[in-house]
Design a protein around this ligand. Sequence first.
Ligand SMILES: C[S@@+](CC[C@H](N)C(=O)[O-])C[C@H]1O[C@@H](n2cnc3c(N)ncnc32)[C@H](O)[C@@H]1O
Length: 440
Amino acid sequence: MSRVAAADLVLLTAHGGADLDSALEASDQYSPLEGPDRGFARAMASAALRALGRIDLVLSGVLDRPLERIDPPVLALLRVGCAQLFLMGIQDYACVSATVEAARRWRPASRGGALVNAILRRAASEPRAFLEAPATSIWPDWLAAYIRSSIGEPAACAIAELQLEEPPIDLSLQRGERAADWADRLGATALPNGSVRLETGRPISELPGYAEGRWWVQDAGATLAAGILGDVRDKHVTDLCAAPGGKAMQLASAGAKVTALDISRQRLDVVKRNAARLSLPMTIVEADARGWRPEQLQDAVLLDAPCSALGVLRRHPEGAWRRDPADLARFPKTQASLLDAAWEMLRPDGVLSYCVCTPSPEEGVDVIEAAIRSGRWERRPIAPDETPGFSHAVTPAGDLLTIPPPALSVERASSEVERDLAASSVTSDVFFVARLVRRS
Ligand SMILES: C[S@@+](CC[C@H](N)C(=O)[O-])C[C@H]1O[C@@H](n2cnc3c(N)ncnc32)[C@H](O)[C@@H]1O
């Protein structure tokens, strides 16, 4: 029963605090599902989690009691029902009757079926409550306020609106492969940065080129951090926080002599598997980057530092509900000490690519400005023509922040310039990337 499975996934994540991957493994409602039912259950759960705060706002408006007083499994079913109504285009009648049936089967004693019937009918009759809710209401209030105050209302809304859509799957290609050719073969789209974009839901490991190791999955925006290192052929490059390995694969495919280091053995196993499938040579090291030093000074270091990951919430939306403000405050210190370690690994004039997957300035530009103030680093600004598809993301200081421009959709653009920008811009997860040079 897909709807019960979807609700169980929402229960385990939003209520139980698990991440979605663990919930997929733990759910005894999801595990017996097969084929399309599995995909449908997962899609419903992801849609509900991507819009959770906004759905709860709608439910609060039509319920006669606070959400906390609803039996948690019934609340999870209501959330999944709203995701079908407002995000998945499922007909009101089909959605209500199937969700009521799910409640009767799953929670026969709680009279959840009657409540689900009444509440989903009311929610369906007032779609404007969802459509007109503030874009950032998808997140917990404190987080929405934090993101708005950090990057401004229009940028916060642009990220929130993108989160409502099911994210695509982007592929990075081995050196020598052409994006246009793979787009043809896979029925996908070639992006200006050289990635290939697939609609979500395709069975990755069954696609042409997977077994042969011709490509790997990596968000288009994630390619920027290695891309700004330029021609790395035969250069010694260390990827300091490498797992699961997308950027290390990119560097090795471009011909660099790569050391891929990570603190997590489990995550390094994924790097090993990826490197083997792609036949890419690299030295793999399990260590804490803050204490490890290479045998020889490096030409370049890529530091994709641990961070709050607020820029990848569209792929891991439950993350918004698993964080708290204290959690965010602990990252900048770690990021600064990893940056110090990177300095010691680089040769004079060696280049650092610093990257985090969050729009939070405390973890991005503030860390970089402090490093420059220390006198040990110099910024090497990134130019718009270095990053096809992402010229909109180059900041005045010469860093990258891949927030979709507010007028990104061609339909909404209000001038020729905006229309051109919209047509040539790639949407992606949100990354901050800066390029620094180690001063001698
Ligand atoms: C954002 S992820 C890296 C993603 C990776 N660069 C990619 O492209 O696939 C951050 C990684 O940093 C690792 N990490 C966290 N603290 C670390 C430390 N002190 N030393 C080395 N790795 C660390 C984590 O295990 C995690 O795999």
